[in-house]
Design a protein around this ligand. Structure first.
Ligand code: HEC
Ligand code: HEC
Ligand code: HEC
Ligand code: HEC
Length: 135
């Protein structure tokens, strides 16, 4: 049962490449950000530790490259059901099947007091460094 539910939850992620096909600019911004490299930056032993992967990759259940790092879906929710075009065009439907419009609280799930940064998390400044939208 546990394995089955893991398989189901993992398969709901589609990976950033899929989003790229319709959101090339958001993808480019993301690819150049620290988020895209959050998993590869860990050392080999750390890559196997859930206490690190919980914030440094999309899901500890699938560490393969297409889902590695802090991905679109780490903030926007698992995309399997909202990524088809006809769903994406319908804001209400997209939200109903999992699309998250992230806010400061979304960031703070990972950017909390335990992250290695002396300065407290400043949403406006942090967002300016990863800002993307429209396409
Ligand atoms: C088949 C094309 C397609 C794919 C694939 C796709 N999108 Fe979209 N997305 C759209 C379209 C079209 C819109 C609506 C744009 C508009 O009306 O301004 C949209 C809107 C959005 C919005 C804004 C929604 C809102 O209501 O404010 C977000 C966020 C988003 N997409 C994220 C994603 C993410 C993350 C992925 C990958 C998991 C993804 N999209 C995959 C086409 C796509
Ligand atoms: C609660 C979420 C969270 C957990 C758990 C976590 N990290 Fe991080 N980590 C972050 C965030 C957020 C940053 C970025 C901090 C910043 O620069 O604002 C970060 C940054 C880093 C960096 C880059 C530091 C730098 O100075 O550039 C390394 C390396 C790192 N983490 C390693 C680890 C390791 C190893 C573990 C497991 C022992 C771990 N992290 C667990 C959230 C987390
Ligand atoms: C670290 C979290 C995070 C990641 C990673 C992320 N986004 Fe976003 N995204 C946001 C936030 C926050 C907003 C702004 C939401 C708002 O206030 O309208 C946003 C906005 C958007 C919008 C615009 C919505 C609109 O109304 O214009 C699209 C499209 C989008 N993101 C797609 C993507 C795609 C595609 C990726 C991956 C290539 C991605 N995002 C990665 C947090 C993230
Ligand atoms: C799933 C966990 C997670 C979420 C959610 C998240 N981040 Fe991050 N973020 C990280 C990690 C991990 C790093 C460090 C990556 C590295 O350097 O290896 C990071 C790094 C960053 C950096 C680069 C810091 C630097 O000093 O270069 C910015 C900016 C940032 N995040 C902004 C945001 C914003 C804004 C949001 C919310 C819209 C957000 N993050 C949501 C995990 C997360």
């Amino acid at each position: 049962m546990l394995l089955l539910s893991l398989l189901i939850s993992t398969s709901n992620y589609v990976g950033a490449e899929r989003c790229q096909s319709c959101h090339p600019q958001a993808f480019q911004t993301w690819q150049q950000s620290a988020h895209a490299r959050a998993f590869e930056g860990l050392q080999t032993d750390q890559k196997k530790q859930t206490r690190c992967t919980v914030c440094h990759t999309l899901t500890p259940d699938d560490l393969s490259q297409p889902l590695a790092g802090v991905q679109c879906e780490s903030c926007h929710g698992a995309g399997r059901y909202y990524s088809p075009h006809y769903v994406m065009k319908d804001k209400e439907l997209a939200r109903a099947v999992g699309l998250v419009v992230p806010n400061e609280q979304t960031c703070k799930r990972c950017h909390d007091g335990s992250a290695p940064n002396i300065e407290p998390f400043d949403y406006a400044k942090a967002w300016a460094r990863i800002a993307h939208g429209k396409q």
